[in-house]
Design a protein around this ligand. Structure first.
Ligand SMILES: O=c1ccn([C@H]2C[C@H](O)[C@@H](COP(=O)(O)OP(=O)(O)OP(=O)(O)O)O2)c(=O)[nH]1
Ligand SMILES: [Mg+2]
Length: 148
């Protein structure tokens, strides 16, 4: 398994998906683009597909945050404020670990997201666990998959 890397999911091979990049040498965020064209009407939330999955070492999480330009110029926010991409999401049997960006149009005008347009950024962050933590279940999917 790769240590820390993005990959294109099977369903989006041959769709010209670029792997996320940091755009300057000290940028924290790997810019995440939409894999498809999406029209977002005012007030609408859309789960934007990226066509990507991500591998991480144990103890890391990828946090997904809106690009400021999209917040300020397009009045778009993430419906969950910050997306949490768990390490065990990758290659899950439900959707292979496809990363979605739940974007919401908070402005008065429709917003068009073009395929390949960078709307959010992913930041790798280390996290801690409590003493005697015994969580050992495997993840089956995302967006409520662990809800009983
Ligand atoms: O913006 C997001 C947020 C989450 N996810 C995927 C990756 C993450 O590992 C999984 C679960 O996310 P989270 O734990 O935030 O949601 P949940 O409602 O607790 O679902 P689950 O029960 O599947 O953990 O969904 C995304 O693709 N984009
Ligand atoms: Mg969860």
């Amino acid at each position: 398994m790769p240590t820390r890397s993005f990959a294109v999911i099977t369903q989006y091979q041959n769709r010209n998906i670029s792997l996320p990049k940091r755009h300057t040498k000290d940028s924290a965020g790997y810019d995440l683009a939409s894999a498809e064209m999406v029209t977002l009407n005012p007030g609408e939330i859309h789960l934007v597909p990226t066509g990507l999955k991500v591998y991480m070492p144990p103890g890391e999480v990828l946090l997904v945050i809106i690009r400021s330009s999209w917040a300020v110029k397009k009045r778009c926010v993430l419906a969950n404020q910050v997306g949490v991409i768990d390490r065990d999401y990758v290659d899950n049997p439900d959707n292979e670990g496809h990363i979605f960006i739940p974007i919401e149009n908070r402005g008065p005008e429709p917003v068009i997201i073009k395929a390949g347009e960078r709307i959010a950024q992913g930041i790798f962050v280390k996290f801690g666990v409590t003493d005697n933590d015994i969580s050992d279940a495997d993840r089956q999917g995302g967006f409520g998959s662990t809800t009983q």
